[in-house]
Write a protein of this length. Structure first.
Length: 120
Protein backbone atom coordinates (compact mmCIF):
# COMPACT_ATOMS: atom_id res chain seq x y z
CA UNK A 1 0.00 0.00 0.00
CA UNK A 2 1.46 3.35 -0.96
CA UNK A 3 1.73 6.17 1.53
CA UNK A 4 -1.10 8.30 0.09
CA UNK A 5 -3.57 5.39 0.14
CA UNK A 6 -2.47 4.53 3.66
CA UNK A 7 -3.12 8.04 5.00
CA UNK A 8 -6.38 8.30 3.04
CA UNK A 9 -7.55 5.08 4.68
CA UNK A 10 -6.67 6.46 8.10
CA UNK A 11 -8.65 9.62 7.38
CA UNK A 12 -11.67 7.58 6.34
CA UNK A 13 -11.48 5.57 9.57
CA UNK A 14 -11.43 8.76 11.64
CA UNK A 15 -14.32 10.20 9.67
CA UNK A 16 -16.42 7.07 10.14
CA UNK A 17 -15.83 7.17 13.89
CA UNK A 18 -16.87 10.85 14.07
CA UNK A 19 -19.96 10.23 11.93
CA UNK A 20 -20.89 7.24 14.10
CA UNK A 21 -20.84 9.44 17.21
CA UNK A 22 -23.05 12.06 15.57
CA UNK A 23 -25.50 9.42 14.34
CA UNK A 24 -25.75 7.74 17.74
CA UNK A 25 -26.40 11.13 19.37
CA UNK A 26 -29.30 11.77 16.99
CA UNK A 27 -30.75 8.35 17.86
CA UNK A 28 -30.38 9.05 21.61
CA UNK A 29 -28.18 5.96 21.97
CA UNK A 30 -25.91 7.66 24.45
CA UNK A 31 -24.66 4.43 26.00
CA UNK A 32 -23.27 3.37 22.62
CA UNK A 33 -21.51 6.73 22.37
CA UNK A 34 -19.38 5.45 25.25
CA UNK A 35 -18.36 2.43 23.18
CA UNK A 36 -17.48 4.11 19.88
CA UNK A 37 -14.44 6.02 21.26
CA UNK A 38 -13.06 2.67 22.33
CA UNK A 39 -13.01 1.53 18.71
CA UNK A 40 -9.27 1.37 18.19
CA UNK A 41 -9.18 3.98 15.41
CA UNK A 42 -6.01 5.71 16.58
CA UNK A 43 -4.45 2.46 17.74
CA UNK A 44 -5.28 1.01 14.34
CA UNK A 45 -3.48 3.94 12.71
CA UNK A 46 -0.41 3.47 14.89
CA UNK A 47 -0.39 -0.30 14.52
CA UNK A 48 -0.78 -0.27 10.74
CA UNK A 49 2.05 2.27 10.47
CA UNK A 50 4.30 0.01 12.52
CA UNK A 51 3.23 -3.08 10.59
CA UNK A 52 3.80 -1.24 7.31
CA UNK A 53 7.35 -0.49 8.45
CA UNK A 54 7.82 -4.13 9.48
CA UNK A 55 8.50 -3.03 13.06
CA UNK A 56 7.07 -6.00 15.00
CA UNK A 57 8.92 -5.04 18.18
CA UNK A 58 7.44 -1.54 18.05
CA UNK A 59 4.02 -3.02 17.35
CA UNK A 60 4.24 -5.25 20.42
CA UNK A 61 5.45 -2.37 22.58
CA UNK A 62 2.68 -0.05 21.35
CA UNK A 63 0.07 -2.73 22.06
CA UNK A 64 1.47 -3.40 25.55
CA UNK A 65 1.50 0.30 26.44
CA UNK A 66 -1.97 0.61 24.92
CA UNK A 67 -3.23 -1.75 27.61
CA UNK A 68 -1.80 0.58 30.26
CA UNK A 69 -3.53 3.54 28.58
CA UNK A 70 -6.81 2.19 29.91
CA UNK A 71 -5.79 3.42 33.37
CA UNK A 72 -5.87 7.17 32.53
CA UNK A 73 -9.04 6.63 30.51
CA UNK A 74 -10.69 4.90 33.48
CA UNK A 75 -9.60 7.82 35.67
CA UNK A 76 -11.22 10.27 33.26
CA UNK A 77 -14.48 8.33 32.99
CA UNK A 78 -14.71 7.68 36.73
CA UNK A 79 -14.28 11.38 37.41
CA UNK A 80 -17.15 12.24 35.10
CA UNK A 81 -19.46 9.53 36.46
CA UNK A 82 -18.97 10.55 40.07
CA UNK A 83 -18.27 14.27 39.86
CA UNK A 84 -21.09 15.10 37.45
CA UNK A 85 -23.45 14.40 40.35
CA UNK A 86 -21.94 17.11 42.53
CA UNK A 87 -20.63 19.75 40.11
CA UNK A 88 -21.51 21.17 36.69
CA UNK A 89 -20.85 18.82 33.78
CA UNK A 90 -18.10 20.94 32.21
CA UNK A 91 -16.30 21.18 35.56
CA UNK A 92 -16.50 17.39 35.94
CA UNK A 93 -15.06 16.99 32.44
CA UNK A 94 -12.24 19.44 33.27
CA UNK A 95 -11.37 17.57 36.47
CA UNK A 96 -11.53 14.32 34.51
CA UNK A 97 -9.05 15.72 31.98
CA UNK A 98 -6.71 16.78 34.77
CA UNK A 99 -6.96 13.25 36.16
CA UNK A 100 -6.23 11.81 32.72
CA UNK A 101 -3.14 14.00 32.26
CA UNK A 102 -1.90 13.23 35.78
CA UNK A 103 -2.25 9.47 35.51
CA UNK A 104 -0.89 9.51 31.96
CA UNK A 105 2.21 11.40 33.12
CA UNK A 106 2.75 8.92 35.96
CA UNK A 107 2.28 6.05 33.54
CA UNK A 108 4.85 7.41 31.09
CA UNK A 109 7.34 8.00 33.91
CA UNK A 110 6.83 4.45 35.23
CA UNK A 111 7.24 3.03 31.70
CA UNK A 112 10.42 5.03 31.05
CA UNK A 113 11.83 3.96 34.42
CA UNK A 114 11.29 0.32 33.47
CA UNK A 115 8.79 -0.27 36.27
CA UNK A 116 6.09 -1.75 34.03
CA UNK A 117 6.17 -5.12 32.27
CA UNK A 118 5.70 -5.25 28.51
CA UNK A 119 8.67 -3.25 27.38
CA UNK A 120 10.45 -5.29 24.70
Amino acid sequence: MNVIAHYATLGVIGGVVAMSLAYLARLNLYFLMGLVPLFPAFALMAHTLLAHEGNVTGLRMAAAFGLYSLIPYATYLSSIVFLSQVMPALAAIAVGLLGWFGTAALLVMAWNAGLLPGRV
